[in-house]
Design a protein around this ligand. Sequence first.
Ligand code: ADP
Ligand code: MG
Length: 272
Amino acid sequence: REQLPLPQQARIFTISNQKGGVGKTTTAVNLAAALARAGARVLVIDLDPQGNASTALGVEHRSDMQSVYEVLVNDLPLAEVVHPSTEHERLFCVPATIHLAGAEIELVSLVAREQRLRRALDAYLANVDEPFQYVFIDCPPSLGLLTINAFVAAREVLIPIQCEYYALEGLSQLLSNIDLIQKHLNNDLRLSTILLTMYDSRTNLAQQVAQEVREHFPEQTLETIIPRSVRVSEAPSYGQSVISYDYSSTGSLSYREAAAELARRGEETRGD
Ligand code: ADP
Ligand code: MG
């Protein structure tokens, strides 16, 4: 098992793309699993009412349970809803429940409505017994207040881009939103990482999309590309990452490589 360099401070990523089905949750879960295996303590915050990240990490999210919803709306301390995952002893998850769907509306009338996740997360990370090295916030497919809370809580944005039709559509809107957040709500936020997902090397289209993304974002786009793979899509129904579901599969290998790149790039860019 490979050991990766660990950041001195927690790196907080929001995994965002207002499109659904582009691989946000899959990326959050599998990068988190890979980094935990490589020695990091990792927290996944599920901010999508569907709770897919919670499911994939084997963490219950029934509607009668407390979740990130109570943290956002009722000021519940985050520590109360951090659960161990079944995936790895160093991997933890804050589940989402379906109540989160209402939070988009309920947050509107609350004080500091954009800062609520940031405050809860900063307080938690400052007081936790053993420090975390990575936090991944899995966003819903929208640019509403939940996603804004994620942008304000994070320092780095990771955008998964599906190598398919219309891959770049909507990207400029996402980028201008990140700019607005950076100007007005979170100076520290930067688009650090783009990950190409669901790549099918047999199609010209996938190659064109990958090339176009690299031209626009040469610094941010990871070398590693995640291929389309049945094993990746099967893993969540077993409450597992693809890495524990089928360690030697191409999907597992590529997410482990992407995680290693993420960790090394963090080292290179530290301090700027
Ligand atoms: P999002 O969170 O952006 O909505 P998901 O991560 O849930 O997207 O992925 C959408 C669907 O595509 C899921 O069914 C998932 O299992 C599948 N999927 C994601 N990545 C891959 C991949 N590399 N190969 C095959 N299927 C994938
Ligand atoms: Mg999702």
